[in-house]
Design a binder for this molecule. Structure first.
Ligand SMILES: [Ca+2]
Ligand SMILES: [Ca+2]
Length: 484
């Protein structure tokens, strides 16, 4: 398939032709494979109606390849990899036998292409263990913003190639889930390094996920944060939080430009071991006469991406979603539920609230799955925003945190037991979740102090689909112990 073949004279005729072509493509996957490409039929169905003469549909192309010498570029003896998913932020295409992918350019000024890391393969990492899996096409770069965005990419390259190398991925995964590290400055970044990250170094985690609010509005801290997290030795994936935004952006699409420069697209997906992981951007930046702010939301394009992405994920494969704002605060979550609720193994994690809570979302919120959806609001690394009496090192004292934690635990003993059961034994304890309501930052701190880093959640076999139980039901806090 080439770009010219998709041009049409008028929109109606074009749409008819396109529909016919998609039907033909749907009918013959073999034909698609022979062409070296299989675009999802859903992608075409979702194409907007155009008015007037149809514009040429600019296409981008490239290869996913086995980077044998791991130098990041494709050498003559390095083969393409077939059936790897690549996205333009809305559609998802699979590579053909030669490893080639082809996708429309969504926006000639701003389209990010990324590979969806397949099971058993890995993308390159920076020295700080940040995955590189994308190409940002922004010919003129990001708009001018207080914190620098993506530099000009220049014209679309003839081939956008994504290197992968094989890696061993055991069936049981251990992850580090880090809520809101949120340092205001380098001093607080030091707290994070010495109080939290020091305990993570060398853990046998497959990867870590930093669940947003990576900074406290000072986006120059992204790179120093990467230095700190990189010391753990395992790779990190990053979620966009409301304190990670370019707050001088006039609209949402430009509010993540610094994040994009440092980390890549604000939503993406990857396979690792037994599961499919999705990172969502559920922070919508708004700016109007009444002022600026954010709300929890996903938007149509991201939902389209997720629909196309999940269409390629077998139903039995566990799906884990990471986001910053808790799911129940996302305005268009009903559309997300519709994409997820037919799956037997779905689990999601947010942070944002500075407490730890297990939420089981059921029909009252519009979830129509056979079992409630388990959503974890993860404890935050910054606890009570790094507040607390200073200890001898000048850190917010753990003793202080422990005292408030004891009060918390005493006041919420039942919640504590249920939480423990929820973590250890599986199955949602009856609507426990909200029992720790109002715990505030103290809870996060408590989780950190008393559960040997509550952030360090070990994820066991249930998600591998071996267990008939609910996805995410067999979570265990590593090092969990009873409060003193
Ligand atoms: Ca190479
Ligand atoms: Ca953007």
């Amino acid at each position: 398939m080439d770009g010219g073949s998709r041009q049409t004279a008028t929109s109606q005729r074009g749409d008819r032709l396109r529909r016919r072509r998609w039907r033909r493509r749907r009918a013959g996957a073999a034909l698609g494979a022979a062409l070296g490409l299989w675009l999802l039929p859903a992608a075409a169905a979702a194409a907007p109606q155009q008015q007037g003469p149809a514009a040429p549909a600019p296409l981008a192309t490239g290869f996913v390849f086995h980077d044998r010498d791991r130098d990041g570029s494709r050498d003559p003896e390095e083969p393409g990899l077939a059936r790897v998913a690549v996205s333009n932020g809305r559609e998802v295409a699979l590579t053909g036998e030669s490893g080639r992918w082809i996708l429309p350019l969504l926006d000639p000024d701003d389209t990010t292409f990324f590979v969806i890391k397949p099971q058993g393969w890995m993308v390159p990492l920076t020295e700080q263990r940040v995955p590189r899996f994308h190409y940002s096409h922004k010919p003129s770069g990001s708009p001018r913003l207080r914190h620098a965005g993506v530099p000009p990419s220049g014209p679309l390259p003839p081939s956008i190639d994504f290197p992968l190398h094989p890696q061993h991925e055991p069936a049981e995964l251990r992850l580090v889930l880090l809520g809101d590290p949120q340092p205001r400055d380098r001093r607080e970044l030091g707290f994070l390094a010495r109080d939290v990250v020091a305990e993570l170094i060398g853990l046998p985690a497959a990867f870590g996920v930093a669940l947003g609010d990576l900074t406290f509005d000072d986006l120059t801290l992204f790179e120093p944060l990467n230095e700190v997290l990189g010391q753990t030795g395992f790779p990190w994936f990053f979620v966009l939080g409301n304190h990670d935004l370019n707050q001088d952006a006039r609209e949402d699409r430009w509010s993540d430009e610094t994040f994009e420069r440092v980390y890549g697209p604000s939503y993406y997906a990857f396979d690792w071991g037994p599961a499919h992981f999705v990172v969502l951007d559920d922070v919508v930046w708004t700016r109007g006469p009444a002022g600026a702010g954010y709300r929890g939301g996903l938007g149509q394009q991201q939902l389209e991406f997720l629909r196309h992405d999940l269409a390629l994920v077998p139903r039995e494969r566990p799906v884990v979603l990471f986001m910053h704002v808790p799911l129940t605060e996302v305005e268009d979550r009903a559309a997300l539920y519709r994409l997820l609720q037919a799956r037997p193994h779905v689990f999601s994690v947010s942070a944002h609230r500075h407490y730890q809570r297990h939420v089981f979302i059921g029909e009252e919120d519009g979830w129509r799955g056979t079992a409630p959806h388990h959503h974890l609001i993860q404890a935050t690394a910054s606890g009570d925003w790094w507040q607390g009496l200073p200890d001898e090192r000048g850190h917010p004292a753990r003793d202080h945190a422990r005292r408030s934690a004891q009060r918390l635990v005493a006041a919420h003993a039942e919640a504590g037991r249920q939480l423990h059961r929820g973590l250890q034994a599986g199955g949602p304890p009856r609507r426990l979740a909200a029992r720790d309501r109002g715990a505030g930052g103290g809870a996060a701190r408590a989780a950190r102090t008393h559960r040997g880093l509550g952030q360090r959640v070990r994820w066991l076999g249930a998600l591998a689909g071996r267990d008939a139980g609910r996805a995410g039901s067999r979570l265990e806090a590593a090092g969990a112990r009873a409060p003193p």
